[in-house]
Structure formats: structure tokens, C-alpha cells
Design a protein around this ligand. Structure first.
Ligand code: ADP
Ligand code: MG
Length: 251
């Protein structure tokens, strides 16, 4: 067949290794995420999950290995890295909206300054996205006037306004009050169903079961298991994952 092998690979991580000084936090990590696939990463605190997703969008550099996004190589020394980074949306545990800017200004900032879109075009797109997450009435509000769940939905919209080829989420609901978790997960689930390629670090196993195609289990800087979601929850391959699951599902 003449079809190139790489057409469906949106994110490819090969042999990734990273140290902070003498502390090695990622060891030979390999993961390929297909276009439209949703992968959930779980594992104990300190296992390297945050560092792993930060390396994927280039906010952390790394000593060994290779990250490829939509066929282009993300290298810490590469001039094109910043452009590539802009194509991968990232949502963190803390919303990191600019407090002195309105919701609309927060969303339009990067599209106008990084993508050089006109203000009108950026605002039209922002308003369409706000409507999708049910926050049209908040475009003139400042972050402090919004609940945590609303702020996190704005953070998702802000990332989507850059037309990302993939979205990375790092524990997006773990700083939220319990009653606000659902509204954020609902937006993420809809995004997944629309075909967005996503890597989600989360311990929300209900979301994982509903949205994830595959589960990744990390421990001590290594990816110990990558399994189809159903298989992972029914019968994880590695003992550490079994133990981890029994602990968090007992909650
Ligand atoms: P997780 O997200 O799974 O909790 P992290 O990726 O945050 O794990 O951290 C992995 C390891 O790297 C931990 O031992 C943590 O203390 C260490 N670490 C993370 N960031 C830094 C940093 N900037 N400097 C030094 N060590 C760090
Ligand atoms: Mg983390």
C-alpha cells in the first residue's frame, strides 16, 4: 500500500527522558496518539504525568527522545517549536486567566497577537465558542466574577480559540469544588465526541470510562501500561495499576 504510515498519528512520543538535575523524572516514555483519539493518563502523585504532558507541548524541554506533533518534530532547540506549541492547546489545574482582562479579551489575546487574526475575526470565533460552552452572557465579565467551573470552561475556550490540532489537559478539575466538576467534564466529553485528539491527566475515572479510548498508567517516571479503556478497568496488566485503581475507586 502507498498510504504513509504516519497519516493518523497526531502525537508521537519516542524514547522521552527528562531529568531535573540528578532526579530523573521521565524514563524512556513512548506513546502514540491517533487523530481523534482520547487518551487518559493516571498514576500516583509525583509519577511524572505533568512533566510528560508539558514535554509534549514544549513548555518543558527534555534531554532524550523525540516528540512529533502532526508530523512535525518538536525539538527544544528548534525555531519552529513555538509555532508547533501554539497548535497544541493546554489546560492546567489552575485556570491562569489574566485577571485584568475580560473573558472576551482573555480569549482573543493569543489569536490576535500570535495568529495575527483581526480583532473582529477573533471576537466572532470567541463568541461562537462561548456559546458552545453556555457562557455567552459572560464575555464582558472579569475572571474574579466567575465561579471556578466557569473560569475553567473559559480556559478551555481560550485554548480552542487557537484552532489546536490536539488538546492536553492536566488535572483540569482537581482544583474545583465538587459541584463544578461535572460542567467542566461535560465540555471535555463533548470535545472528545466531536473528534478532538486529547490527552487528559485525570483521576476522574467516570470521565475516563466515558471518553477514553485508551488508558496510560505511569509510575516513577515510566509508562507501565497502555491498555484499551475497558481492558484497563476490568483487568489491568500490571500489579501497580491494579493497586492504584483499587485505591482510587474505593474513594
Ligand atoms: P505528577 O504530575 O505525576 O504528580 P510531576 O510531573 O509533577 O508528577 O513530577 C514528577 C517528579 O518531578 C516529582 O518528583 C517532582 O517533584 C519533580 N519535579 C517536577 N517539576 C520539577 C521542577 N521544576 N524541578 C525539580 N523537580 C521537579
Ligand atoms: Mg501533576
Amino acid at each position: 500500500m502507498d498510504v504513509p504510515m504516519t497519516t493518523n498519528e497526531m502525537i508521537k512520543v519516542e524514547g522521552l527522558a527528562k531529568s531535573f538535575g540528578h532526579l530523573q523524572v521521565l524514563k524512556d516514555c513512548n506513546l502514540t496518539v491517533q487523530r481523534g483519539e482520547v487518551v487518559v493518563i493516571c498514576g500516583p502523585s509525583g509519577s511524572g504525568k505533568s512533566t510528560f504532558v508539558k514535554c509534549i507541548n514544549g513548555i518543558e524541554d527534555f534531554q532524550q527522545g523525540q516528540v512529533t506533533i502532526d508530523g512535525a518534530c518538536l525539538s527544544s532547540r528548534d525555531q519552529g517549536a513555538a509555532k508547533l506549541r501554539a497548535r497544541v492547546g493546554m489546560v492546567f489545574q489552575h485556570f491562569e486567566l489574566y485577571p485584568h482582562l475580560t473573558v472576551l479579551e482573555n480569549i482573543c489575546l493569543a489569536p490576535v497577537h500570535v495568529l495575527k487574526r483581526s480583532r473582529e475575526e477573533a471576537q466572532a470565533k470567541a463568541r461562537a465558542l462561548l456559546s458552545r460552552v453556555g457562557l455567552s452572557d459572560k464575555e464582558g465579565a472579569y475572571p474574579a466574577q466567575l465561579s471556578g467551573g466557569q473560569q475553567q470552561r473559559i480556559a478551555i475556550v481560550r485554548a480552542l480559540a487557537m484552532d489546536p490540532v490536539a488538546m492536553l489537559f492536566d488535572e483540569p478539575t482537581s482544583a474545583l469544588d465538587p459541584e463544578m466538576i461535572g460542567e467542566v467534564l461535560a465540555v471535555m466529553l463533548e470535545l472528545a465526541r466531536e473528534g478532538m485528539t486529547m490527552i487528559v491527566v485525570t483521576h476522574e475515572m467516570g470521565f475516563a470510562k466515558a471518553a477514553a479510548d485508551r488508558m496510560v498508567f505511569m509510575d516513577k517516571g515510566s509508562i507501565l501500561e497502555i491498555s484499551e479503556t475497558k481492558r484497563f478497568f476490568e483487568a489491568p496488566r500490571v500489579e501497580r495499576a491494579r493497586l492504584f485503581l483499587s485505591r482510587i475507586l474505593a474513594h
